[in-house]
Design a protein around this ligand. Structure first.
Ligand code: SF4
Ligand code: SF3
Length: 551
């Protein structure tokens, strides 16, 4: 295996025997084969569109399959076996339709790339061997910068796939997004493209991701209302409980509906925290109680012997410890071998096994007070404070805004973000989002004239909201985003963060500080291009960075 798609990749070079994330060699090879198969399907889908054929089943599958290979989503080899077979069935059926349509118009189309033609092996072991021949390092003699750009594009597309899948689950899709996914995935197979063409596609990937996040924002707020400032308890209440993790709002809603009146409290975990701010979730269900634990990499410690059931939706899942493996469930695209899975997509899921498990377990023995945090500062809420914010800046009550956000992870270097926030002068406001916030989410940072100094914009899925806030501030001050007293200090881990970073770059945002380390898949030449164009830089120390920004 060879995988270097995430920030914790071994030696910041690549995982070769087993993933630091726990991904095994066999699953890595199956994921490589699936990505290869999806690229083959995309080649045909891209040609099909030119001939007037486009199929929702293919669009949906492309997002689902690509998303399932994102870090910490699915570790189940059986699931990849089924995905690969489904992909090839869709591919071959579409190929016949496209060929027939082109022929009927008097033309001819050949799909001679192996990705569009290979026959999958009949066994998992056979597919693993096929995967070894199509991984990231194949072909060996490929120019390193081209490989780097192809992978950057593939990972950006994983982010788009995730956001598109979330939006589609809530009934929203955008043909422009599906069209780009197929075009770009097909382009990663094209040996005629050079660095300039790939750089163009990478920037387009950022633009399309913006549209995808906009779509997801409309899907979330359309279904559940605009988030409002909401106080979320961090302790526990005596009684039975289910903890739900991940990013999927519809799973949460269905769980809330199915547990109503059953004497079970629902707690969020990880990236589910901001869902407390949605009026149609928080106000409707009195048993939607509080938030449990912190970021994904602490789950083993925090779930240890937990007297409650756990439901994992989307990323990030880790191999469970023995002390809770009998009470953890997956759903959606998440999978782990031998872990019970709640089937279905979107509406109509049946969470009975999770509910029965929660009822069987003792529940929390007593109330435990641990304070609270505030969530719900999406763009609508923050922009409703715009006049106040602009006034505070003009009065010099607010000196600078910092967007400190992104993914969390296990590396010691991530303490930078905790230290950075704690060292910020009192006249600075911090916008945050995604699971990186758990480094400082419970710090009491006070307010500036009624404006909280720490504003939780939401999940990584809500990066759109943060961009809307930045562009609205720029409009209010009649300047560009780069001229605002705003600095972006980002942390990355998985591929959604890559997509968001590409969006920021495609919007022309400069001077982003990125950490805890730079992506292993970016070659020095590609990094130079990004530095020259966008002055993107690695984080250094909190003191040095603060000095450089604030003077
Ligand atoms: Fe390694 Fe990250 Fe790939 Fe897992 S996802 S195998 S940790 S690079
Ligand atoms: Fe976190 Fe996995 Fe990226 Fe949604 S939950 S931000 S890492």
């Amino acid at each position: 295996m060879f995988c270097f798609q995430c920030e914790q990749t071994a030696k910041n070079e690549g995982c070769t025997k087993q993933g630091v994330c726990g991904k095994t060699d066999d699953v890595a090879e199956l994921q490589d084969l699936l990505i290869y198969a999806v690229k083959g399907l995309s080649l045909i889908a891209h040609e099909g569109r030119k001939a007037g054929i486009q199929e929702e089943a293919v669009n949906r599958f492309t997002s689902e399959a690509h998303f399932s290979t994102l870090t910490n989503v699915n570790f189940d080899r059986e699931r990849f076996f089924r995905f690969i077979n489904e992909c090839v069935q869709l591919r071959d059926a579409l190929k016949e339709k496209v060929k027939a349509k082109v022929k009927a118009k008097g033309g001819k189309v050949d799909f001679d790339h192996d990705a569009a033609n290979f026959t999958p092996a009949e066994t998992v072991e056979g597919m693993i061997e096929q995967g070894r021949k199509v991984g990231v390092l194949i072909p060996k003699d490929l120019n390193e910068d081209i490989r780097s750009l192809r992978e950057l594009l593939t990972y950006g597309l994983k982010g788009i796939a995730a956001y598109a899948d979330h939006a589609r689950i809530l009934g929203k899709s955008n043909p422009e997004v599906d069209t780009f996914m197929h075009k770009a995935l097909a382009a990663t197979l094209d040996d005629n493209l050079g660095a300039d063409e790939y750089v163009g596609l990478v920037m387009e990937c950022g633009q399309v991701n913006y549209k995808t996040m906009e779509l997801l924002d409309a899907a979330n707020t359309g279904a559940y209302g605009d988030p409002v400032p909401t106080k979320v308890p961090l302790g526990v209440k005596k009684g039975k409980a289910i903890i739900i993790s991940g990013h999927d709002l519809l799973d949460l809603e269905q769980l809330l509906q199915q547990t109503e009146g059953k004497g079970i409290d629902i707690y969020t975990h990880g990236e589910m925290l901001p869902t407390h701010g949605y009026p149609k979730l928080k106000e409707k269900y009195s048993h939607f109680y509080g938030h449990f634990g912190t970021a994904w990499q602490n789950q083993k410690k925090e779930f240890d012997n937990i007297p409650a059931a756990i439901l994992m939706t989307t990323n990030c899942i880790q191999r469970p410890a023995k002390t809770y493996q009998d009470r953890i469930f997956t759903t959606g695209l998440v999978g782990f071998p031998d872990m019970p899975h709640i089937p279905g997509t979107g509406k109509g899921k049946d969470f009975t096994p999770v509910i029965e498990k929660a009822l069987e377990l003792p529940g929390f023995p007593a109330d435990e007070e641990k304070g609270h945090v505030m969530v719900g500062f999406g763009h609508k809420t923050v922009l409703s404070l715009a006049d106040k914010v602009v006034g505070a800046v003009k009065n010099k009550d607010i000196r600078h805004f910092f967007l400190v956000g992104g993914c969390d992870g296990a590396k010691p270097g991530r303490n930078y973000y905790t230290e950075f926030v704690s060292k910020l002068p009192k006249d600075c406001v911090i916008l945050t989002l995604a699971c990186g916030k758990f480094r400082f989410f419970d710090m009491d940072l006070g307010d500036i004239g009624g404006i909280p100094r720490l504003l939780d914009v939401g999940q990584c899925n809500d990066a759109y909201s943060a961009i809307r806030i930045a562009t609205a501030l720029a409009d209010a001050f009649n300047c560009g985003v780069n001229d605002l007293p705003l600095s972006m200090i980002l942390s990355w881990y998985e591929q959604k963060a890559c997509a968001i970073l590409l969006t920021l770059l495609s919007l022309g945002i400069r001077d982003i500080r990125l950490g805890p380390s730079l992506p292993a898949f970016i070659t020095p030449n590609i990094l130079n291009v990004l530095v020259e164009k966008f002055n993107i830089m690695p984080i250094s120390t909190p003191d040095e960075d603060l000095k450089a920004i604030l003077g």
